[in-house]
Design a protein around this ligand. Structure first.
Ligand code: ZN
Length: 239
């Protein structure tokens, strides 16, 4: 069992501009005095994600009193070399399907391990002992680098390798998508739900032309399916 997170500390949020990382950013702003964000350009075919990051960040401060003051800088790191090595349906124009390995073609091998390692280097430089990521075990996909066991091992590796305690918080680990909507509502009320619906981006196909109750997206890729299903479950639970 970890120690309770200190309220007088700083956290670096892995922030992609999607629903999960936007919820994590709100979660961090609720708990830490100083919060910075890091994003990665790794050859995503959808620049729409990078646009979403900036819109969501700009609007996040106004959700709760004090959040503007807590929200510090944003850092974008170019990992296009990694993207080229780890080519997947997210970084190349390939069909989204289940590949020979049994994992979807959207799986980017080692992605979270690379992101957390790069984030830890920045966190170390900037004196931020806590990383926050939206990894979730309950996702349909079973990405092996989203498992908390993987994250625990990396937390240990980074703590040893940097010779300083690094904590990796993953507040969504055990939440369903419906519970993630509920968490956002608890953290930021209707204003945060509105922001997530209008400005975050999750769709694998980068579609911003179709508007649904749960936000924008193609409506039939695995990411849209998951987001829509979670929204409907949450709405049904509130009724
Ligand atoms: Zn989609």
């Amino acid at each position: 069992m970890k120690n309770p997170v200190s309220h007088s500390s700083a956290a670096l949020v892995l922030f992609s501009g999607g629903q999960d990382s936007a919820t994590c950013l709100a979660w961090a702003l609720d708990r830490f005095d100083r919060v910075e964000t890091i994003g990665f350009a790794y050859g995503q075919i959808h620049a729409v994600e990078m646009d979403a990051r900036l819109r969501v960040r700009d609007a996040m401060g106004a959700i709760r009193p004090g959040w503007t003051e807590r929200l510090g800088g944003d850092h974008v790191v170019d990992l296009s070399g990694y993207g080229a090595v780890a080519e997947s349906a997210l970084t190349a124009d390939r069909e989204i399907e289940i590949g020979e390995s049994g994992l979807p073609t959207t799986f980017v091998p080692g992605r979270n391990l690379v992101f957390l390692t790069v984030a830890s280097a920045l966190a170390w430089r900037r004196g931020m002992p806590v990383l926050v990521g939206g990894m979730c075990e309950t996702d349909y996909s079973g990405y092996p680098d989203c498992r908390r066991e993987t994250i625990d091992a990396q937390e240990r590796a980074l703590t040893l390798g940097l010779d300083t305690p690094i904590t990796i918080e993953t507040p969504l680990t055990h939440l369903s998508k419906a519970q993630t909507w509920a968490l956002a509502s608890a953290l930021g009320g209707d204003a945060l739900i509105h922001l997530i619906r209008e400005d975050t981006h999750t769709c694998y196909r980068g579609d911003r032309s179709h508007r649904h109750d749960w936000g924008y997206g193609c409506g039939n890729c695995p990411a849209c399916d998951l987001r829509a299903k979670g929204w409907q479950e949450w709405q049904a639970g509130r009724a």
